[in-house]
Design a binder for this molecule. Structure first.
Ligand code: UGA
Length: 447
């Protein structure tokens, strides 16, 4: 069985590493962050992700996963290395390759004296041309080896979602191998065939630049789908009795459209979609093509936050000293990640208008506290959050919020105005007891 190393201990790195180790591969996972390494080696995930703790503890117990600080030990004890370090945004939206660059230099240097034909697999999201250009060059120069001869190199994008990262790693819709040469692709294909066995999804082998663009196109399409349905939602809201959830569910029956990833609401956030859309726009401009459609996808997403604050103002008038309850802070349910979360933009805007914010989230309060500190009041439960509020905005659709009854809002709030930013409540039930405003819901006809 081949030996694996995973360089980087973020969502992609750690979740992939525990899955490899769980299938019996001897796996090294490496980071430069001592605190992270110490937590992970004790079986404590550094972030909340369903199933991760269980997988991590199991593979540590079985000793199929080894946690190391630094690159060399991991590289020298493996045949295939997956590079999963972050590629954050620069202030102008372009991507910052410094982690990738440093990692590749370290890995390549470690391989200098290595006799074996090592395969380096880039999983970090990078722009078209990066693997075959900069990464290949840095690898060859620093290892003294030639790609395709005594060293192998592929780009292999990752499509897992936070909140279902383990499931997605084990059940991807497809695998893309962007190979620098045929031999590199063969080795990676063999690994995936062995890993997935009879659950192997479609595998596409192509050149690295196409594979790199596939990753951006995939995320850009997902963002487009959401911004599209949000545009339709904004039209629906202006027509009594028209409901975007019915529109989306129905047109989703057309197989060419499909119902997944089609929930209207406050828009998309997270560590990937916003960063990748910004990078694709910047890259496209560098190529002298103005990506008008992708730019509108971005603009529609930004305006969802403006529209919701306008809506609150329409209901409450001046926001000064009005108490607004925010249910849900993470960028999506089942994660404590608040990167580019809609909650941050909404809270910022409401604070600017002088509102008092009380917030609750099952997992993300500690992370939001590092951003807003004492400027926001944090409630110990959803019900506590609602107490004496003048308005409530449901920002993240955690399951526990779906359990709330209309009476919970009606009895606890000073003014029971509910903005359902993710359309989790039934307007017919809720509108009887609260002032219900749902994104993409035109309201009931006045009789
Ligand atoms: C996204 C992609 O879905 C993954 O395939 C990809 O691997 C990942 O980015 C990445 O590039 O690493 P993720 O950011 O974890 O995954 O989360 P998503 O499930 O895509 O959700 C992104 C945002 O879209 C969330 O804020 C969510 O609330 C919003 N969303 C999602 C909607 O507003 N409506 C929907 O119907 C679906």
């Amino acid at each position: 069985m081949v030996r694996i190393s995973v360089i980087g201990m973020g969502f992609v790195g750690l979740c992939s590493a525990v899955c490899f180790a769980d299938r019996g591969y001897e796996t090294y996972v490496s980071t430069l962050n001592q605190e992270r390494a110490s937590l992970v080696s004790k079986g404590v995930p550094p972030f909340f992700e369903p199933k991760l703790k269980e997988f991590l503890q199991r593979v540590l117990e079985r000793r199929s996963l080894k946690v190391v600080i630094g690159r060399e030990e991991a590289i020298l004890n493996s045949d295939i290395s997956f590079i999963t370090v972050g590629t954050p945004s620069n202030p102008d939206g372009s991507i910052n390759l410094s982690y990738v660059r440093d990692t590749i230099i370290d890995c390549a240097k470690a391989l200098r004296e290595n006799e074996l034909k090592h395969l380096i697999v880039i999983k970090s999201t990078v722009l078209p041309g990066t693997t075959g250009g900069l990464i290949k060059r840095l690898t060859e120069v620093n290892s003294g080896k030639k790609c395709g001869e005594d060293l192998l190199l592929c780009f292999n994008p990752e499509f897992l979602r936070e909140g279902s990262a383990i499931y997605d790693t084990l059940h991807p819709d497809y695998i893309v191998i962007g190979e620098c040469d045929e031999k590199s692709g063969d080795v990676l294909e063999k690994f995936y065939r062995d890993f997935y066995k009879d659950t192997l999804p479609p595998m596409i082998r192509t050149n690295p630049a196409t594979a790199e663009l596939i990753k951006y196109a995939n995320n850009a399409f997902l963002a487009t789908k959401i911004s599209f349905i949000n545009s339709i939602a904004n039209i629906c809201e202006r027509i009594p009795e028209v409901d975007v959830t019915v529109v989306a569910k129905t047109i989703g029956l057309d197989e060419r459209i499909n119902p997944k990833f089609f929930n209207a609401g406050l828009g998309w956030g997270g560590s990937c979609l916003p960063k990748d859309i910004k990078a694709l726009i910047a890259f496209s401009r560098e190529l002298k093509y103005e990506p008008e459609m992708i730019r509108s996808v971005w603009d529609v997403n930004e305006s969802q936050v403006e529209l919701v604050t306008e809506r609150i103002k329409k209901e409450l008038g001046e926001l000064n000293n009005k108490r607004i309850a925010i249910l849900g802070l993470s960028f999506k349910p089942n994660t404590d990640d608040v990167r580019e979360a809609r909650s941050i933009k909404i809270i910022d805007k409401l604070l600017e208008e002088g509102a008092k914010i009380v917030a609750y989230d099952p997992q993300a309060i500690p992370k939001i506290q590092t951003i807003f500190g004492q400027r926001v009041e944090y409630a110990p439960s959803a019900i506590d959050c609602l107490k004496n509020a003048d308005c409530c905005v449901l920002v993240t659709e955690w399951d526990e919020f779906k359990e709330l009854y209309p009476e919970d809002f009606a009895k606890n709030m000073r003014r029971p105005i509910l903005i359902d930013g993710r359309r989790i409540y039934d307007p017919r039930k809720f509108a009887k007891e609260v002032r219900y405003i749902g994104i993409g819901f035109g309201g009931f006809k006045q009789t």
